[in-house]
Design a protein around this ligand. Structure first.
Ligand code: FES
Length: 294
């Protein structure tokens, strides 16, 4: 017989072993499906003035102003921490849309939050490759440590935990993201230490890319199109991503139909892709006309 859950708690079937029963399993976790009409109170005048100036800059990037909706929703999150009711109203008035149209977009994409988000979104990849490499165990360990489930936030407002789909970083599986910065080759132990450090206010360093993790609000401003200068920090594609390309260059392998070698075309001497080079694979599968070491 199952134990009735306390009111206000959430059960989730996300991740192996996460669907646990018992009173207080997620007690105290924040998130709840707050409706979009939360936070209807207007911003202070100076905040609104800055928002309007930033929004005008975003709108000027597009031939039609309604195209600015996605970045302006990120801009709202950079101020409010989620898509508030006043944010929906702001977008609608500015872009000549209905609030239903804005809300329809804001509720479609998972990067737009309907409730206050934590300072850090910890996304544990449990898609196919990460799952078989331990992603489910990582999610379970982090969930247990934080006492929250998928899409819930710790009572101190520090961390929102999410189970996420493939981050296109399968060669570094299992992967954890913190505000969309990579933490590669994780284990339940390293991921637990990571969230402990985040909650404890210790600086954490991504394994690739930027040298530090920004807050959810800071990252939201970047997603709105305001550069924080960190985009070129660190290595984007690490050695595992480039291993095949490097080997092909060293051995002069080409795909059928390609006249130039990868080295001639778009790869630097260290195997890194050149800016503006062609990185796409060919439409034709590789054939066995050259010997391949295994
Ligand atoms: S399956 Fe996790 S990054 Fe691709």
């Amino acid at each position: 017989m199952s134990t009735p859950e306390p009111e206000g708690t959430m059960r989730t079937t996300f991740g192996a072993g996460i669907d646990k029963e018992g009173p207080g399993r997620f007690e105290g976790a924040l998130h709840r499906q707050d409706p979009l009409h939360a936070s209807d109170e207007d911003w202070p005048a100076d905040v609104r003035a800055q928002l309007e100036a930033d929004a005008a800059e975003i709108i000027a990037r597009y031939p039609q102003k309604r195209s600015a909706l996605l970045p302006i929703l990120h801009l709202i999150q950079s101020v409010d921490g989620y898509v508030t009711g006043r944010g929906v109203q702001f977008c609608a008035e500015l872009l000549d849309l209905t609030t239903a149209e804005v809300a329809g977009v804001a509720t479609f994409y998972t990067q737009y939050k309907r409730h206050p988000n934590g300072e850090y979104t910890v996304g544990v990849c449990t898609n196919t490759l990460c799952a078989i490499m331990g992603g489910d165990q990582i999610f379970e360990a982090v969930s247990e440590r934080l006492g929250i489930g998928h899409d819930e936030t710790t009572p101190d407002g520090k961390i929102t935990l999410e189970g996420v789909e493939c981050n296109a970083a399968c060669d570094f599986a299992p992967v954890v993201m913190v505000n969309w910065e990579f933490f590669d080759n994780q284990t339940p132990e390293s991921a637990t230490e990571l969230v402990d450090d985040l909650r404890g206010g210790k600086p954490v360093t991504p394994t690739r890319g930027a040298g530090r993790v920004c807050t959810f609000k800071q990252v939201s401003r970047v997603l709105a199109g305001f550069n924080d200068g960190l985009s070129d920090e660190g290595v984007g594609a690490g050695a595992p991503s480039l291993a095949g390309l490097k080997l092909a260059k060293e051995r002069g392998w080409t795909a059928p139909g390609d006249e130039a070698t990868p080295g001639d075309q778009d790869v630097t001497s260290d195997g890194a892709p050149q800016a503006g080079g062609e990185h796409s694979s060919t439409d034709s599968p590789a054939t066995g006309d050259k010997e391949v070491d295994r």
